[in-house]
Ligand binder design. Structure first.
Ligand code: N2P
Length: 383
């Protein structure tokens, strides 16, 4: 059957109520549509009832949310919050916070797609937003409850991943470069090439994250870390497989303990996690490789299925307070998107200059090519 015919059939199923909006978008993407075209088709079919920007997360435009619930369930990256952020919120608001963690966007999305409900706040990176919106996993926010929104720095408002700030409140931002033990590694670390260096065999790790590993070797060869060019991707895969021979493991945040102990000397790692490790191991350096790397911003969102939407909004508004946002960045080592918090940081983490931004690149949603990337990552891991 031609793609066109299959799409027509899909539209028919949607109109008859035979499939959910979420399934519609996934299947349309499987047929080669980008997230945005699948979303546009969904709107054209009138299948977007209840999913439009401007509609409050409570169900109707600007509708009031329920009164404050007694619980809040947060699902966030590990090592990404100050020790007292949640306890202080619990005390002040009388809300019990449950906090679960994940190690990658893909891990979090897979859990939601598998039907996990009960989370009130998730914290994906920007490139994940269009997928979560199109598949109806998150809903628009009710701005009425976000009275501290004005503290958000203007460069973090109206992000390409969330035009109009309808679905997210920025959490923190950072880069994905290379952490290394300055006392063990005597040659300069300034390039992704280091992961091909046999002298560090067994002493190196890269992140357990396909977007980051494939992206790093794309940059290494001078390409965009969002490339969908088959030849560039094939080369990146070959580079990653060659690097794998020198790696101890694919490990993200948990690698910090091994950098501190000296079991690992060189790691693809985020800047803030490196700063956290440096508090315990001063012989740690961090570099944005000369070929460039990822810059990302993570954003708080409210799943459609969230049972405690009012508490979720109070939480986001609390995080937007100047001193709460500053404490967060002081503890994690990441940059704050909050202009009022930035002034209060112990050590300023300035947003990159124009010159620095030339080597940094935001990830974007890969649409239909996501499946190709997933396949390549699976092949790298099993090589
Ligand atoms: C903190 C995780 C950083 C988030 N451990 C990367 N987007």
């Amino acid at each position: 059957m031609s793609t066109r015919k299959q799409l027509e059939r899909l539209v028919g199923q949607l109109e008859r109520g035979g499939i959910s909006r979420r399934d519609f978008v996934w299947r349309a993407m499987a047929l080669g549509l980008s997230v945005s075209s699948a979303g546009a088709l969904l709107s054209a079919c009138g299948g977007d009832k209840g999913g439009q920007a401007g509609e409050g997360v409570g169900g109707q435009a600007g509708a009031d949310l329920d009164s404050l619930e007694k619980e809040l369930h947060i699902y966030n990256w590990s090592d990404y919050i100050a020790d007292d952020t949640a306890p202080n919120f619990e005390k002040e608001f009388g809300v019990k916070v449950t906090y679960d963690t994940y190690e990658s966007n893909e891990e979090m999305v897979a859990k939601l797609q598998a039907g996990a409900t009960g989370y009130d706040i998730i914290v994906p990176s920007g490139y994940i937003l269009p997928v979560l919106v199109a598949t109806d996993l998150i809903g628009p926010l009710n701005k009425k409850y976000l009275t501290n929104w004005g503290n958000v720095a203007s460069i973090f408002q109206n992000l390409p991943s969330d035009p109009g700030n309808t679905h997210s409140v920025p959490w923190q931002w950072g880069t994905s470069g290379i952490a290394y033990r300055t006392d063990k590694v005597k040659s300069p670390v300034d390039s992704w090439a280091v992961f091909h260096d046999p002298q560090f065999r067994g002493k190196m790790t890269m992140m357990d994250d396909g977007r980051e590993v494939i992206g790093a070797f794309l940059r290494y060869r001078g390409h965009s870390l969002n490339s969908t060019d088959p030849q560039q991707l094939a080369k990146s895969k070959a580079d990653a497989v060659q690097a794998k021979k020198q790696l101890k493991a694919y490990l993200s945040a948990p690698v910090k303990a091994q950098l501190i102990s000296g079991d690992v000397w060189i790691s693809q790692l985020w800047n803030g996690d490196t700063t956290q490790a440096k508090a315990e191991q001063p012989n740690l350096g961090y570099v944005v490789p000369k070929e460039g790397c990822t810059i990302w911003g993570d954003l708080m969102c409210v799943p459609r299925s969230a049972p405690n939407k009012r508490a979720a909004h109070e939480w986001m508004n609390y995080i937007l307070r100047p001193e709460v946002g500053a404490a967060l960045s002081n503890a994690t080592g990441y940059g704050t998107p909050n202009a009022a918090s930035a002034k209060l940081l112990d050590t300023p983490i300035p947003y990159p200059t124009e010159e620095e931004l030339k080597r940094l690149e935001y990830q974007v949603d890969l649409g239909r090519d996501t499946a190709t990337w997933d396949q390549i990552w699976t092949e790298i891991k099993s090589a």
